[in-house]
Design a protein around this ligand. Structure first.
Ligand SMILES: [Zn+2]
Length: 134
């Protein structure tokens, strides 16, 4: 402290510009040394999101973007997690919402099928051991 008080100095307000509100970048620490750059861009309908990780660069889905949408902030190192509710507000009615719902349903069906496979495997073991499955 230098003894000067800044109590009476008005803080500079940073008003968001139109493009800043429609384009938000996060830095996410992944497996590489440098954090990945994840950029969400609002579109006339919905949004797009890019990520500099290998999967993102190859046009595939990655957890860096999905986690941000889900509000998982553990690996965010850019200090702007307060912007997450804004990008989450872009999800409703987007192509992502439809595709993610389809994925969620497929994952649930997959879990059920895995259970059926495990139960069936037990029955096969029982049949081979005792000749009976009742
Ligand atoms: Zn990524």
């Amino acid at each position: 402290m230098n003894g000067k008080s800044d109590v009476n100095t008005p803080k500079k307000l940073h008003l968001l510009t139109e493009s800043e509100m429609n384009e938000i970048m996060f830095h996410v620490q992944g497996s590489s040394d440098e954090p990945y750059e994840v950029v969400f861009r609002r579109q006339p309908v919905g949004f797009t999101a890019s990520c500099t990780c290998v999967a993102g660069a190859n046009g595939q889905s990655c957890k860096h973007r999905i986690n941000l949408i889900l509000g998982v902030t553990t690996d965010v190192v850019s200090g702007n997690i307060s912007a997450i509710p804004l990008i989450q507000s872009w999800v409703s009615g987007s192509a992502y919402e439809t595709a993610a719902a389809q994925l969620f349903q497929a994952e649930q069906e997959f879990e059920q099928v895995k259970k059926r496979v495990a139960q069936s495997r037990k029955l096969v073991g029982l049949a081979l051991r005792s000749g009976d499955i009742t």
